[in-house]
Ligand binder design. Structure first.
Ligand SMILES: [Mn+2]
Length: 426
C-alpha cells in the first residue's frame, strides 16, 4: 500500500485554515521573543527517526498477543508500512533491521523499495537472545559472555554476519544488545562474564568496517532478573572505551531503573563524545515499551534539552542514530508509531525554544527560580503548529492520525494481506 500525495493534500484541506491561524499566532509570538522560527521548523523537518522492523506488528507479552490484522509478513511489507508512516509524518525516513528476523532475500529489490519510499537503512541489530533454528550452540546461558568459547564464537560470528548484511544495504552501524546475565546469585562469576563480553566485543569491533560504528546498549534487568552483564551506562561506556573510537554507548529510555536521571546520563556521554544512539519509548515501571511521551513527557523534554545542548556544543560527539524501540499490545502499531513520532518532535521543538544563553546567565547567577522559569516557559508552549508546518513543508499530513483513519489504512492493509498474517518480532 502506498499513499498518494493527493490523498494527503485532500486530508489537509479540513485543517489548513486553522493551522495557518495557529501558526501565524505562534510564529509571531516566538519571533517577538527573539526565536528563529523558520530555523526551528527546518530543524524539525530534517529530524528523522528510524522505525525498527519489529515494531510494525502487534507487540505481545509473555501472556498473550492480540493481532491488529493486516500485519506485514515480509520485509518488503514492513518497509511499505514505514513508507505509510513516513508519507504522513515525514519523520520516519529510516528503518532499523533486526537480524535474523529480517534478512533480505533480494538485496537489490529491497534497496529499490526503500529508496522509492525515501527510506534509508539505519543501524542493524543482532540477536543473540534467542536460539535460531539449526544453531549448533545455545544462548540459554548467555552469548558473548558465555563460559563456553564455542558459544561465544558463534555469537561473534552472528554479529559479523549482521555487519555483512547491513553493509550490503548501506547501514553504517551495528547495535548490540545482550540479554546475558544471571537469574540467581552465584550462577555467574561477574568478572568472568564481563571479561568474556569485552573480549567478544573486541573481536567484533576488529572486523567493523572503517566507516561503521558499534553501539553498545545496556539494560538493568530482564530477561535475567538477578544480574545483567551490561547493566548500566557506566559498563557500556567502559566497554566502548575498551573497544575503541568507533564504539559508543546507546541509551534506551526504557532500560533504566525507576527515577534514573537519564538526561544527566545523556549529557555526560555527549561531553565525552560517546553517545552513539538513542532508543525512544516510555514506561511507568520498567521496560514497558509504551508510546513515547505517553507517561513522562516532561522527562522526555529534559532529555531533549541535553541532546540539543550536546548537538550544539559537543562536536566531539557523533551524529546520533535515533530509533523508536517500542512495540505494545493494545494499539494499532502504526498509529502508535505516529503518536511516538509526534511526541519526539514535540519534545525536540520545545527544547529548541530554550534560550541557552539566558539559561547560562541564570545558572551563573545561581538564579534557581529563573532557571526553572526558562525551562518551563519552553515546555508550556504549545508547539504543535511548528510540527504541522514542518510536515506540511515536506508534503506530510497536518494531522497524521486523522489522515491514517480517514484513509482507512488499516482496512486497506487487511483487505490486501488478510487477517492471519503475523509480523516477525517481539
Ligand atoms: Mn532498545
Amino acid at each position: 500500500m502506498k499513499i498518494q500525495k493527493e490523498q494527503i493534500v485532500d486530508c489537509n484541506t479540513h485543517y489548513l485554515k486553522s493551522h495557518e491561524e495557529n501558526y501565524d499566532f505562534l510564529a509571531n509570538k516566538l519571533n517577538n521573543l527573539g526565536h528563529d522560527v523558520s530555523g526551528i521548523v527546518s530543524k524539525l523537518a530534517d529530524f528523522q527517526v528510524a522505525i525498527p522492523s519489529w515494531a510494525l506488528g502487534a507487540g505481545g507479552t509473555r501472556f498473550g498477543r492480540f493481532s491488529f490484522y493486516g500485519e506485514p509478513s515480509s520485509l518488503e511489507q514492513k518497509i511499505e508500512d514505514i513508507g505509510v508512516i513516513h508519507s504522513l509524518t515525514q519523520t520516519a525516513g529510516a528503518v532499523s533491521l533486526h537480524i535474523p528476523w529480517d534478512i533480505p532475500s533480494d538485496y537489490a529489490a529491497i534497496k529499490e523499495k526503500a529508496n522509492s519510499l525515501d527510506i534509508k537503512f539505519d543501524s542493524v541489530n543482532s540477536n543473540t537472545f534467542q536460539d535460531q533454528k539449526d544453531a549448533i550452540e545455545s544462548y540459554k546461558y548467555g552469548s558473548l559472555s558465555n563460559v563456553s568459547q564455542a558459544v561465544r564464537d558463534q555469537a561473534i560470528q552472528h554479529n559479523l554476519d549482521v555487519i555483512n548484511i547491513g553493509d550490503k544495504l548501506g547501514s553504517k552501524s551495528l547495535t548490540v544488545w545482550l540479554a546475558d546475565g544471571s537469574c540467581f546469585p552465584g550462577q555467574n562469576n561477574f568478572q568472568t562474564a564481563l571479561q568474556n563480553t569485552e573480549d567478544s566485543l573486541k573481536a567484533i569491533y576488529k572486523r567493523l568496517p572503517n566507516d561503521w560504528s558499534m553501539l553498545i546498549e545496556y539494560k538493568p534487568y530482564e530477561p535475567n532478573f538477578y544480574s545483567t552483564v551490561i547493566q548500566d551506562w557506566g559498563t557500556s561506556f567502559m566497554l566502548a572505551n575498551a573497544c575503541g573510537d568507533k564504539a559508543y554507548t546507546l541509551v534506551d529510555l526504557g532500560h533504566h531503573l525507576p527515577n534514573s536521571n537519564i538526561e544527566q546520563i545523556v549529557s555526560i556521554l555527549m561531553l565525552r563524545g560517546k553517545l552513539g544512539g538513542f532508543h525512544f519509548n516510555d514506561s511507568k515501571y520498567g521496560d514497558d515499551d509504551l508510546t513515547v511521551g505517553s507517561i513522562k513527557p516532561y522527562a522526555l523534554f529534559l532529555i531533549f534539552n541535553e541532546l540539543v545542548y550536546g548537538m550544539q556544543n559537543n562536536p566531539q560527539n557523533p551524529d546520533l542514530a535515533w530509533m523508536i524501540d517500542a512495540s505494545h499490545n493494545v494499539k494499532d502499531p502504526l498509529e502508535d508509531l505516529i503518536q511516538s513520532l509526534e511526541a519526539i518532535q514535540e519534545a525536540y521543538a520545545k527544547a529548541l525554544l530554550i534560550d541557552q544563553d539566558e539559561l547560562r546567565v541564570a545558572q551563573t547567577n545561581n538564579d534557581v527560580v529563573k532557571c526553572q522559569e526558562i525551562l518551563q516557559g519552553a515546555y508550556r508552549t504549545d508547539v504543535r503548529p511548528l510540527l504541522e508546518k514542518a510536515r506540511l513543508s515536506r508534503g506530510g499530513a497536518l494531522n497524521p492520525i486523522h489522515a491514517y483513519r480517514a484513509l482507512d489504512i488499516r482496512g486497506g492493509l487487511i483487505a490486501e494481506r488478510g487477517k492471519n498474517t503475523v509480523a516477525t518480532g517481539l
